[in-house]
Design a binder for this molecule. Structure first.
Ligand SMILES: Nc1ncnc2c1ncn2[C@@H]1O[C@H](COP(=O)(O)OP(=O)(O)OP(=O)(O)O)[C@@H](O)[C@H]1O
Length: 225
């Protein structure tokens, strides 16, 4: 089976700093892949290039038969909006909107009616243990609850790949485990693949397999379970 997402030979420099020097990432449909490695090794850059957020200087990124760097900005951002979900470390929710409105936002931006978007958002919030938080604003939620809102928002469009960059980086270990349990079980239920950048081996243990990035190059971390 060919991978759903395949990044090969990625190079990226920021001025004199080499962030990627020939990194690869392959993700099959429904697979959870961890990306580990020391600070500054290029993990986030690899995730951003694979997700079409950053254009690599060289290398290839294929998603479901399309070459991402070859798409124009409009088509690339439409593909990102529909096919990909994102969860970052913190600060990603819109503070003025309620939790429910935050979760529904990607659908609203895609032209879905408020009623339909909020119905779908409500179902996901229930799934993520947030049924009673729909009307709360992000500032009224704990860090773990905010990350679960972010996970619900990442899943709301029914993406095929979720990119999670240190999703538990700002949480204590109990809240972090709860977020990881919910992220991975909800993704598996939805059949979405997950690319999971983390420093934490306990977080990486939720993945099916992993890669390690060092000095901008990647190696396989372990065989598939
Ligand atoms: N926008 C940018 N402008 C300049 N340099 C950058 C930029 N983004 C990343 N870098 C540099 O590229 C290198 C790789 O950064 P990257 O964020 O990919 O590493 P990382 O492994 O995710 O690090 P961390 O674990 O600390 O988040 C670093 O040296 C970083 O300083």
């Amino acid at each position: 089976m060919s991978p759903l997402l395949e990044a090969e030979g990625l190079h990226k420099a920021y001025g004199p700093t080499t962030a990627l020097a020939g990194a690869d990432l392959r993700v099959h449909a429904g697979e959870i892949v961890s990306v580990m490695g020391p600070s500054g090794s290029g993990k986030s850059t690899l995730l951003h290039c694979a997700a079409g957020l950053t254009r690599p200087d060289a290398g290839h990124v294929g998603y479901d038969g399309q070459e991402l760097p070859g798409l124009n900005d409009v088509r690339r951002s439409a593909l990102r909006r529909r096919e990909f979900g994102f969860v970052f470390q913190f600060g990603q929710l819109v503070p003025e909107l309620t939790a429910l409105q935050n979760v529904a936002l990607p659908l609203r931006l895609d032209g879905v009616s408020r009623r339909r978007a909020e119905r779908r958002a409500t179902g996901l919030m229930d799934r993520l243990g947030l049924a009673d938080k729909a009307r709360s604003r992000p500032g009224e939620l704990s860090g773990g609850q905010q990350q679960r809102v972010a996970v619900a928002r990442a899943l709301v469009t029914g993406p095929r790949v979720i990119f999670a960059d240190e999703p538990t980086g700002a949480l204590d270990s109990v809240a972090g485990e709860q977020v990881m349990e919910m992220l991975t079980s909800a993704a598996r239920e939805a059949g979405a693949a997950v690319v999971l950048v983390t420093h934490d081996a306990r977080v990486a243990a939720y993945a099916d397999r992993g890669i390690v990035v060092r000095d901008g190059r990647s190696t396989e971390r372990m065989a598939a379970r």
